[in-house]
Design a protein around this ligand. Structure first.
Ligand code: F0G
Length: 483
């Protein structure tokens, strides 16, 4: 199918004023504030109180389908770019953009795969473990679900330059939207030595201006926020509320993959906490609209080396509590983190984050979804990743945190063997080949430098390459062992 970008023309800010998006607005998430803003404003926080923003909808003024099955009719119109997109074919559930403004590159063609091998590993009954492969997106990660929405909003407001800070996938995603649509130019900020090469290669190849700063992701995000406000550059990190609207579609496709049945668990890695926040919003809205009859439970899984949420949630008992979040506890936690120079460190570089910007929204999602939070060690992440790869399409390390987390929750008796569990695999296997080769190859130097220093001691699911002489007889001898 032809990528649906050819028809895209330069920004058309005026188009949406007369459109149904009048029923969409930006709204502060803080219950005592609830300040609202028009969708044509470019904001990443509430100007009244500084809290995060949601996109809100006056659902009474919007025609919403009576059943999720209604969306199935779109499958027969896959030659239409908006119906082809796995994000925009659900556009009635985030109607902030007029159709003429939508920027799409065919994102969201992802699948939900039932995995017997991973069910076995996690310890749930066969047929009950599903993997949602978001690595199948055009840039190889779930970020495209959100970036298509942010790119659309950037176009609505007439942005010429868009920027982000990234551990690699956001930058790859933003860069691919810029390169393939020419809707805007792109600047990406990355931390030094903190990005997997597969992801760095994408930003470079897609011709993004790539700024590598001396620091980590948190530093890069702080700088890009300053640069954006200083220079009026459109910011595409997940503090952008439009991005999270697009990411809601991951939940719609999970439901679609299950024949519109609600699973018992959604398990997702937690980094900057955009996905978990977006899933909670999607599910709360579907319930409110009567499109699902119950909300699945949410499990957010940190890497142990980057476990701010886990510590705040389980050790400091920080909860959303209708917006009454104990800010002093969080501030004290961060002050101690800085005092002790404690910085995130994990093989799952995508989620190597100290201060997750969507913490508040994630706490709200955990309340909505009766959620739990866990952290898993790099050893567990890499073992789970090897199991995913051996049993299916594979994923990058951060993604495998979901499977390792599901296994932990099963071992703890939180997940029952009869529960239906969906693990979100956020990024493609090829994003971080170094981690995979270090695990499987048996190369001592790679193992030491990449894995051992992070507490990985063994490789129980290793699949080493077999060395053999350049000789047919010897090769046949080796292959005979496979019989
Ligand atoms: N998995 C992958 C593969 C990611 O790239 C990220 C985030 C996450 C999980 C965490 O998602 O932030 O929604 O909790 N990557 C960002 C980036 C930070 O810059 O690419 P989250």
């Amino acid at each position: 199918m032809t990528p649906p970008t050819a028809a895209i023309t330069p920004p058309v800010a005026k188009l949406f004023r007369s459109s149904p998006t009048d029923a969409a607005f930006q709204v502060c998430i803080e219950p005592t504030c609830r300040a609202t803003y028009a969708v044509d404003q470019t904001l990443t926080s509430c100007t009244a109180c500084g809290s995060l923003l949601d996109i809100g909808y006056d659902w009474n003024r919007i025609r919403v389908p009576g059943s999720m099955r209604w969306f199935e009719q779109r499958w027969s119109r896959r030659n239409q770019p908006l119906d082809f997109s796995g994000v925009w074919r659900f556009r009635e559930l985030f109607p902030f953009a007029p159709e003429e403004s939508i920027v799409t590159i065919g994102e969201g063609q992802t699948i939900l795969q039932n995995s017997a091998a991973v069910a076995n590993y996690v310890g749930v009954q066969h047929g009950n473990l599903f993997l949602q492969y978001e690595g199948l997106n055009p840039s190889g990660s779930f970020k495209d679900n959100g970036m298509t929405a942010a790119a659309t909003h950037a176009r609505m407001v007439g942005a010429h330059v868009a920027a982000c800070a990234s551990t690699g996938n956001t930058s790859a995603s933003l860069a691919i939207y810029a390169s393939s649509t020419k809707a805007f130019r792109t600047v990406v900020f990355i931390g030094s030595g903190k990005i997997a090469f597969g992801k760095l290669s994408q930003a470079l190849d897609y011709d993004a201006c790539t700024v590598q700063i001396m620091g980590d992701f948190d530093d890069a995000l702080a700088r890009v926020r300053e640069v954006s406000s200083e220079r009026g550059i459109y910011l595409c990190n997940s503090v952008n509320p439009f991005r999270l609207e697009g990411q809601k579609s991951i939940m719609y496709r999970v439901l679609e993959g299950l024949g519109w049945e609600v699973p018992d668990w959604i398990v997702v890695p937690g980094g900057n906490l955009g996905n978990s926040s977006s899933f909670g919003k999607a599910l709360a809205e579907l319930k409110q609209l009567g499109l699902i009859d119950r909300i699945p439970r949410l499990a957010v899984i940190n890497a142990h080396g980057a476990n701010t949420l886990q510590q705040l949630y389980n050790e400091h008992h920080v909860r959303w509590n209708n917006g009454n979040v104990p800010l002093e506890t969080i501030n004290r936690f961060y002050a101690e983190m800085d005092l002790n120079s404690r910085r995130a460190d994990t093989i799952a570089s995508a989620i190597e984050i100290n201060r997750p910007v969507n913490l508040m929204k994630c706490l709200r999602a955990l309340e909505t979804c009766d959620g739990v939070v866990r952290d898993v060690h790099d050893q567990e992440i890499l073992d789970a990743k090897a199991q995913v790869g051996a049993g299916g399409f594979g994923c990058e390390p951060a993604s495998a945190a979901s499977v390792a987390g599901a296994r932990l929750l099963r071992a703890q008796g939180v997940i029952a063997p009869s529960d239906r569990v969906v693990c979100i695999l956020t990024g493609h296997q090829l994003k971080d080949p170094d981690a995979t080769v270090a695990y499987h190859s048996g190369n001592r130097d790679m193992f030491e430098s990449k894995l051992a220093r992070r507490g990985v001691t063994e490789t129980p699911f290793r699949n080493m390459p077999q060395g053999v002489e350049n000789d047919l007889g010897k090769i046949l001898e080796l292959l005979a062992r496979l019989d």
